[in-house]
Design a binder for this molecule. Sequence first.
Ligand code: KIV
Ligand code: ZN
Length: 386
Amino acid sequence: MKDTVRIFDTTLRDGEQAAGINLNGTEKFQIARQLAALGVDVIEAGFPASSRGDFDSVRSIASEIDGPIIAGLARANEGDIRRAAEAVREASRSRIHTFIATSPIHMEHKLKMSPEEVLRRTTDAVSLAASLVKDVEFSAEDASRSDPEFLMEVFTAAIAAGATTINVPDTVGYATPGEFGDFLSRIMEGTEGSEKAIWSVHVHNDLGLAVANSVEAVRRGARQVECTVNGIGERAGNASLEEIVMALKVRRDVFSVDTAIDTTKLFDTSRMVSRLTGVHLPPNKAIVGDNAFAHEAGIHQHGVLCKRETYEIMHPKDVGAPETKLVMGKHSGHHAFAKELESMGYSLTDQELKRAFSLFKELCDKKEMVTKSDMEALVVDEILSV
Ligand code: KIV
Ligand code: ZN
């Protein structure tokens, strides 16, 4: 039987919480439509109790976007939960995602609640949510820094009260992959009713480990991962959707799971989110960065020209990216140089090619990037006209 990992996209909620991002309703709607086309299983459309604008955009996404489950976030209190229920009411498949913190530091300093009170709030919140919608997700904020015994009690209570998805966040991006995997396995094993719920993880990227932690969780049995396009989110961001999806696909031999994502839409989705949020991508960003399929070193270029797979573990078209680029620079080799000239319509003799290559190398030492026009000028002025 096909084993599927659900992709829960929180670009419009946690992603939008990133410093400097402020999407209006129309922009959120555009992104939601693209996420549906991409094939995400759940769109967390916003936090309806946080503002009138958020409520309205969750409601419009819920009433007009078909396909994915539409989720609204709610703290574990009656006001938030009723507001979220109202916002997602029109969705053909709706979810309330309610959460409360369970780590000692959050309970004592932020919530100022005892563990007993947190436990009671969990039951009350999930029961109320379950009376309003069929699909309820419960998250224990800062789970990875919580006492495992207490966490298991909280999750047991959440499942008994009707939660159908149990989410284990690494809220501050503190966990490491082996440790997070062990922690998750232990919690899944020790929670009563564990088999009735879908286990989920939600990992932040403070140590740059969000994707590694997420895919390790999948290896340990998580069947939902929460992520954002381009990894945008609070502080250093959330786990990046495109990286998780491609890691699961390219290394299916390790993970043995599929997702419903149409990976050929990853590139366009990433560019759309970058444009609408104003968050630029570093050129070396995995999967969707400008250099993700660019080769400059001569040895690499030669390898790729002989057989692409020598230096590429996926095809650009698998993610909808433009074709592989051989970048002309001081590390480029003779083969790539000749191939580039050929593609520009110049067929030189061996002698001419040798001289052109040596002039090209001299130029590379003077210029950071050698463009096609530079190469053209070099061939026309220095080789063909002498
Ligand atoms: O990081 C976090 O813990 C969250 C929860 C609300 C799931 O965003
Ligand atoms: Zn988060």
